[in-house]
Design a protein around this ligand. Structure first.
Ligand code: AMP
Length: 421
């Protein structure tokens, strides 16, 4: 397999799938968070330093049609130029003559950005503009047609370059034109970029050979959406800390009173099954004994602490309580590998964020003072660690939400498989 560190880029044009799906200001379309752009810079610079030229491709948002100005990658050019310190040419499309001409004319050291890949239905390979009352036959035909034109789309993108680099971990779980299909055109000239390499190494070091004890902290709102990750992690970890809205489904399944807290009665059996499995496997299953409860879902709410087994009927559990904070900290500090996915409370509301802050602080402390390896992943936990300013105090913050979860669950990611095969 080729790697970005050993490949000879001299005189080569590299097409790089980056993740420039960055948030834009609603009115002036400026980049409001450039984390993903900054993450891609080392890969781009490596190709340029090696004597190559670069064609950048990415999606941005979820446009439903071609040339939707709101989602144009033209909005990010100046930010990329600034972070890269190099002029960035813009093709204005992906498939047209202009893109082909500009790609062909690229000289070593030059960078060309294509327009938003999702301006084309072919990127995802899903039909667009189908009438609401389309028959199954019509849907089938439309799907067949877009799959057919997708082949041309992939071929065209591939024709711009001599080698392909996938550096977009966030979309690695999608079998799209730019994330997977294009790799077939570069059997000996495809590789991961540094973002991808870093992500894969971080997850593998946690999932394959973790230093023990290994604790997984899984928070979030519902058991139903986290069940699969909890089950996979139970095969790997020594201890599992469950927090967030899930707590109340477990508590109620055990006969507790949870008031107005989020609760999924249809998951009671599943929750009890998880507890039984943890016991059988000798995994320590940790939940907060107490909750911070509120009488209103806002920063102006009255709050009080209560046992998670006995919450007042009119109140709602929205964070872990003081006992839970102490317990979670002790359990985290005792571990050598830490994986965190999902906040343990409604961290978006300041008053209900102190439990998630305590978890983030304990993880940072374990990493900094006890040599633990910590991986933070999944959109909301990343938002948490950033909000508390602790991202540089943990070992690795993953850029991939869905991709990370699917990888942890043991699913093959098409974007990874396409490079490895
Ligand atoms: P998820 O996307 O499943 O990881 O869930 C993240 C969301 O769970 C965040 O938006 C949190 O506000 C929410 N959450 C965490 N704890 C609770 C809770 N006790 N009640 C309701 N929502 C919660």
């Amino acid at each position: 397999m080729q790697t970005i560190d050993t490949y000879n880029f001299e005189g080569k044009r590299a097409i790089i799938r980056v993740d420039f799906n960055v948030p834009l200001h609603k009115e002036n379309f400026s980049v409001t968070d450039d984390t993903r752009i900054r993450a891609a810079i080392p890969t781009i610079k490596k190709v340029l330093a090696g004597g190559g030229s670069v064609i950048l491709m990415s999606h941005l948002g979820r446009p439903k049609k071609n040339n939707d100005e709101k989602y144009s990658l033209s909005h990010i050019i100046s930010t990329v130029e600034e972070r890269l310190g190099t002029k960035v040419l813009f093709a204005g499309d992906c498939m047209g003559e202009k893109a082909a001409e500009m790609a062909a004319a690229l000289k070593p050291g030059e960078v060309l950005l294509l327009e938003n890949l999702r301006f084309y239905a072919e990127e995802e390979g899903k039909p667009r503009g189908l009438a609401e009352d389309a028959t199954d036959e019509e849907k089938k035909e439309a799907k067949k047609a877009v799959k057919e034109s997708q082949k041309e789309f992939v071929k065209r993108l591939a024709s711009y370059a001599d080698c392909y680099i996938n550096d977009a971990f966030g979309t690695a779980h999608r079998a799209h034109a730019s994330t997977a299909l294009i790799a077939d055109y570069f059997p000996n000239d495809k590789m991961f970029g540094y973002v991808m390499e870093g992500e894969l190494k971080a997850i593998e070091s946690v999932m394959e050979n973790p230093a023990r004890p290994f604790v997984a902290i899984v928070g979030g709102s519902k058991v139903s959406t986290k069940i699969s990750i909890i089950e996979t992690l139970m095969e790997k970890c020594d201890k599992i800390i469950v927090g967030g809205g899930m707590t109340y489904t477990f508590s109620a399944a055990l006969g507790g009173k949870v008031g107005k807290s989020i609760c999924e009665p249809e998951m009671f059996e599943t929750a009890l099954g998880i507890l039984k499995k943890a016991e059988e496997k000798g995994i320590k299953f940790v939940m907060s004994p107490d909750a911070l409860t509120c009488d209103d879902f806002s920063n102006d709410a009255n709050t009080q602490e209560a046992s998670v087994r006995n919450i007042d009927p009119a109140w709602e559990g929205v964070d872990i309580g003081s006992e839970g904070k102490k317990l979670f900290r002790e359990e985290i500090l005792d571990c050598k590998t830490i994986l965190w996915n999902g906040p343990v409370g409604v961290f978006e509301i300041e008053k209900f964020s102190t439990g998630s802050r305590a978890v983030a602080e304990a993880i940072a402390e374990a990493t900094q003072t006890k040599g633990a390896y910590s991986l933070i992943g999944g959109g909301d936990s990343v938002a948490c660690i950033n909000k508390f300013g602790l991202a540089d105090k943990v070992s690795y913050v993953s850029t991939g939400g869905g991709a990370l979860l699917e990888f942890i669950e043991g699913k093959e990611l098409p974007g990874v498989a396409a490079i490895k095969k």
